[in-house]
Design a protein around this ligand. Sequence first.
Ligand SMILES: [Fe+2]
Ligand SMILES: [Fe+2]
Length: 183
Amino acid sequence: MTNTAAELLDGLRQDHRNMARLLRLLRDETELISEDKLPDFALLRDVMRYMTVYSDAMHHPKEDLIYEGLRALQPSLAEGLEQVEAEHEELAELGQRLQDDIEAVIAGTEIESARVVADAKAYMHRLNEHMTWEEEDLFRRADADIDKIAIDASHLSAIDPVFGEKHETSFTNLRDKVEHDPQ
Ligand SMILES: [Fe+2]
Ligand SMILES: [Fe+2]
């Protein structure tokens, strides 16, 4: 695990770039559904699985460590931080809803494509908004005092199952797709 808050924050920014790439894949596949064309549902499932096992379970807790450190160090810079937890919960719920839609389609359950599109759009919209807020505001607040923020992230894995040096084999298809996709 990375040791300093500065390294952790660098990793969070990299995570956002990675998630933005996955959101572009999600957007393209969602467009296909809107046009009544067949998307790659297995790919969609992998994207949303990553969002659950990495973004929700690892990325957000790492951010929470930075924000807690910032709050402890500079209460005057803590404005709005209380919103973060609710947004992370909302993103997890929206992501779960979309994941359930995709699993239902793959299982052969009748489900309106308009619903899948609406759930995908809601997820993409909120995640983009949330990441923009963090990058343009929260991460910058942390930048100013990053060397003074003490964190202990030893309980959080540093392994990224898609974008890490050693990806997880269940994500091989998604990893290949990302590697061959123009950025
Ligand atoms: Fe976040
Ligand atoms: Fe984030």
